[in-house]
Write a protein that binds this ligand. Structure first.
Ligand code: FMN
Length: 193
């Protein structure tokens, strides 16, 4: 691998016991094993007000929005585990994307997203594993110029899927999730070689 791929990883949930936070850790391990430098963040550590154009006009980008923007700018890849709410993206993930997508002086339009490569996964106690939400997350990211890898995994019955140590009970599934992280790392390396 010529370059060291830099990946920003997070779940679209702030919940302490989030299944998606558990899942993203497995993909992060796969990406690191494949040689990537991964920054795993918890969106709970970057609370943002609901996007409001009047607030933005008055006060500009909130400090956490600036920090998140800088994190996005510093990485080539996005590894995201996105829960499904009412068949779609969670509010916290959409709100994060909305703030981070806002233009700032001196920055290229959509500079935080343009040319990034993303890989998606989801986990849900439901039988579809959050698959329907991923359709929306994929569309949103693609429309803001992110290249989203075709491979994705939706872990169904997530309330029964994990061991207490955070691994998945199904070793094939565990390997597949780690493989997703590795694939993202390899794709970034190829694109930047
Ligand atoms: C407002 C709301 C809507 C939800 N809608 C769906 C849904 O459409 N499909 C689904 O599989 N699960 C749905 N769920 C259940 C979530 O998958 C479940 O809460 C899951 O644990 C959220 O992910 P997390 O564990 O990473 O926080 C919903 C949960 C909430 C709070």
């Amino acid at each position: 691998m010529g370059i060291t791929p830099k990946i920003l990883a997070f779940a679209g949930s702030t919940r302490t016991e989030s299944y998606n936070k558990r899942l993203i850790k497995l993909a992060v391990a796969g990406a690191r094993t494949a040689g990537a430098e991964v920054t795993l963040i918890d969106l709970r550590d970057y609370p943002l007000p609901l996007f409001d154009g009047d607030l933005e006009s008055r006060e500009g980008l909130p400090a956490n929005g600036r920090t998140l923007k800088d994190l996005f700018l510093a990485h080539q890849g996005l590894l995201i585990s996105a829960p499904e709410y009412n068949s779609s993206i969670t509010g916290v993930l959409k709100n994060t994307i909305d703030w981070v997508s806002r233009p700032c002086p001196g920055e290229a339009p959509l500079g935080c997203f343009d040319g990034k490569v993303a890989c998606l996964m989801s986990a849900s106690p439901g039988v579809l594993g959050g698959l329907r939400g991923l359709v929306h997350v994929r569309a949103i990211l693609q429309n803001i110029k992110v290249l989203v890898l075709p491979d994705q995994i939706a872990v169904s019955k997530a309330d029964e899927a994990f061991n207490p140590d955070g691994s998945l009970k199904d070793p094939k599934r565990q390997a597949a999730v780690e493989g997703l992280g590795a694939k993202l790392a390899q794709m970034i390396a190829k694109l930047h070689s």
